[in-house]
Write a protein that binds this ligand. Sequence first.
Ligand code: SAH
Length: 346
Amino acid sequence: MKQIVDQLRDEHAVTAEEYRALLTMRDPEDVEYLMTQARRVAQQQFGRKIYLRGLIELTNVCRNDCLYCGIRRSNRHINRYTLHREQVLACCEQGYQIGFRTFVLQGGEWGEDRSQWIAELVQDIRRRWPDCAITLSLGEHPRETYALWRESGADRYLLRHETRDERHYGLLHPTAMTIRHRLQCLDWLKELGYQVGTGIMVGSPYQSIRSMVKDIQYLVEFQPHMIGIGPFISQHDTPLGRFPAGSVEMTARLYAILRLALPKVLIPSTTAMATLQPDGRLRGILAGANVVMPNLSPSDHRQMYALYDNKATLGAESAQGLNILAEELSTIGYHIDWSRGDSPRL
Ligand code: SAH
């Protein structure tokens, strides 16, 4: 097993069979070896620094109907909101004062009739905080819309592919959505010069080791700048609301495998990790993650952006609790880095 880990570390790819072996190995000593190597590579690339992104949950209005997601169109049990322009700018102002230099605007997917509004919002943020990175995570759109937002000043885009297995994708999404189109969007984003992030949920219903191997191979081939991966957590008002959550262990294992495969990639230790286990975020970092995305949304809106049940929004998860995060990080010898944290591949 250690040989496979070494090979992945040195050559940045192994065979499908070997990925499968890494995903299924059980000997704790082997798992620890993988984690240690991934951590070492992360520290070679980034030191013991953790980059911050301020997450602003722009809206829970969505035209899509993904079967796992709490803000899906068919969920009638949530109150829908969209932040006003002034509210978004106030979040940025507050974040900037605290020290954030990256803002992530995430939300449900809107129709193209609202693309101009987003473009103007991005322009406003770009003008007021020219030294900050602007990241969008607003779903699938035509190439022209992505181009418009890029020209308006957006630097980065997050769009998880969710699963590279076509059949699996079909089980998680309505028939109108296809993996082909999602991958097409990712290609467009890259062509347009965005720093692109993609990724999956771990332990999503019907996921198999085979599909995870395909995910790893896709990520190695696509070479994203960022990889967003978190455990699946059910939301009780969705069709997949009765499925068990994914595991923190398997998610950390994927961080480690991907850190070895893509040494320079930015990997957040995600909110879903912190939601499942109090030390979930730290375990992600010890597996090679190097980014944390605290929540900058207005506190009275956070519960309404309920992608899944019991989402962590307080303490170290919130921008206001950064001292808690800093303290947590210091227990494992890490510290916050206040720079924009651009991809070292630029
Ligand atoms: N509309 C945007 C943003 C979606 S929310 C888009 O389509 O990209 C961001 C991510 O949250 C999704 O990509 C998905 O991977 C994750 N997510 C959604 N529901 C989830 C759940 N029940 N458990 C864990 N992660 C979930």
